[in-house]
Design a protein around this ligand. Structure first.
Ligand SMILES: Cc1cc2nc3c(=O)[nH]c(=O)nc-3n(C[C@H](O)[C@H](O)[C@H](O)COP(=O)(O)OP(=O)(O)OC[C@H]3O[C@@H](n4cnc5c(N)ncnc54)[C@H](O)[C@@H]3O)c2cc1C
Length: 434
């Protein structure tokens, strides 16, 4: 066992993936968190997270992949772009499956892994001024929550945080009564000017349900979905939702059995709110001179529309773990090493997500051209879809109109697989993880 001692505040994906990595490398680690595993099943829906193949591979390496993708995964994305009078529909494959498991199941399971492998969890609410005290016991404290005072602890990175408020009003729930498509896949629906809706096949307490992540443009016809109260009148809420789905997302509405359609396991399966995309600086020097490092949402908070936040948290957790193991001094030079390795993906995800949210409503000519090209060419649709694993490559494409044009030209020259030549036909045999 190494003599290094690391303290982690928060047992979300960031804290747990870092904690499991450090245990694997014989580093002594304590997680401080405010909730016990048994409390999760009685909590409101936390989010609806899809892990992409790159994250699933990390979980396998951590010995924490309890939901094998062959059984629990999904295999691609259907796209519906609701251009009035000329809606576009197409499909793209993932090279290896993604997977969504309700975090009220996922997180307690990984907390058990952590404790079963000798990790220590202290269950208590940490306050801002506890951090300096905690740091006396550790070589490094890693903060993995942005709640309350922790959001303010790390300096706001204004250059990379262009918004001061949420860009979408969210209405997110786990639903039953929505028929699956021919192949298990996410559906990304776009209603230009009104918002986006992501359907995710999600494993929850009673088996498979459909997460609807309804991202509503503030001031649009859909914004009301983020405010309507299910608990006050479930029937009225569902009727309103059905009416909006028929109007904006007809491909989903037509797969709904209206008699069965409801929250999958009761009122706690709904969350409403908004996310202000925010980057913060990586570290803070604590009283006494030791460092606190930010990891996960507290470092980079992205809107959920492209499903990047937890995948980034996991990516950054393993990089931070590798640097903690490799280095002996946790100072500002250490932070530079961490930043150099994690920031391309983090900034890529932040910029790509912000670009999409801003431009999907306005649809500038280069994005129209991009969407049209991808909808007509399966090679492009596959490349775009698998790119959800690698947001820095997506940003390589979307960073300027010239890059978008070059990306189309480059991928359009790749040979088309005759089995997938038609843009809207899913492959018969989905590709599985390499
Ligand atoms: C609707 C929605 C859908 C999403 N979909 C996706 C997706 O498809 N793909 C994706 O990658 N990301 C997605 N995300 C983002 C993802 O949920 C987050 O990026 C990710 O969960 C962040 O993990 P974290 O470990 O940084 O923080 P958290 O998961 O917030 O963990 C924080 C931890 O700290 C603990 N804690 C909080 N306060 C205290 C305290 N005072 N003292 C002690 N402990 C404390 C909490 O109990 C928790 O254990 C989505 C988010 C939302 C809202």
């Amino acid at each position: 066992m190494s003599s290094k001692r690391i303290g982690i505040i928060g047992a979300g994906t960031a804290g747990l993936h870092l904690g499991l990595y450090l245990l694997q490398h014989d580093v002594k680690v304590t997680i401080f968190t405010d909730k016990k595993p048994a409390e999760y099943s009685g909590m409101r829906l936390l989010n609806t997270v899809a892990h992409h193949a790159v994250t699933n591979a990390r979980e396998t390496a951590l010995g924490a992949n309890h939901w094998p993708e062959e059984q629990y995964g999904y295999f691609g994305h259907y796209y519906y772009i609701g251009i009035p009078g000329n809606p576009l529909r197409f499909f793209g494959d993932l090279r290896a499956p993604s997977r969504a498991v309700d975090y009220r199941i996922y997180q307690p399971r990984l907390m058990e892994d952590f404790e079963n492998r000798g990790g220590r969890i202290e269950y208590r609410e940490i306050r801002g001024n506890d951090v300096a005290k905690i740091s006396a016991e550790f070589d490094l404290v890693v903060v993995c929550t942005g709640k309350g005072p922790f959001g303010q602890m790390f300096e706001h990175d204004k250059r990379n945080s262009p918004f001061d408020r949420p860009q979408r009003a969210l209405c997110v729930g786990l639903f039953k009564g929505i028929k699956e498509r021919p192949i298990r896949a996410v559906t990304m629906n776009f209603s230009p000017g009104a918002g986006e809706m992501i359907e995710i096949p999600t494993w929850t307490f009673n088996g498979l349900a459909t997460a609807l992540v309804i991202e509503n443009i503030v001031g649009s016809d859909l914004e009301i979905l983020a405010k309507a109260k299910y608990e006050e009148n479930p029937r009225a809420f569902l009727d309103l939702l059905l009416q909006k789905l028929r109007r904006h997302y007809p491909d989903c509405a037509e797969r709904i059995d209206e008699k069965e359609f409801d929250l999958a396991n009761g009122p706690l399966d709904l969350m409403q709110g908004g996310v202000t995309p925010t980057m913060r600086k990586t570290h803070k020097v604590l009283e006494g001179g030791k460092l606190a490092v930010a990891l996960g949402d507290v470092h980079a908070l992205v809107d959920p529309v492209l499903g990047q936040g937890a995948n980034l948290a996991s990516h950054a957790a393993v990089i931070l773990g590798e640097e903690i193991v490799k280095q002996d001094v946790y100072d500002e030079r250490f932070v530079e090493h961490v930043d150099n390795r994690r920031n391309d993906r983090i900034l890529g995800a932040m910029r790509w997500t912000n670009y999409m949210m801003t431009n999907l409503a306005a649809m500038p000519p280069e994005l129209q051209q991009y969407v049209l090209a991808v909808s007509q060419n399966r090679v492009l649709a596959d490349a775009f879809t698998d790119g959800f694993n690698y947001p820095e490559r997506q940003w390589d494409c979307f960073a300027s109109p010239a890059r978008m044009e070059a990306w189309i030209a480059k991928h359009a020259d790749e040979p088309t697989n005759p089995a997938t030549a038609r843009p809207y036909e899913p492959r018969k045999e989905p590709r599985v993880a390499a």
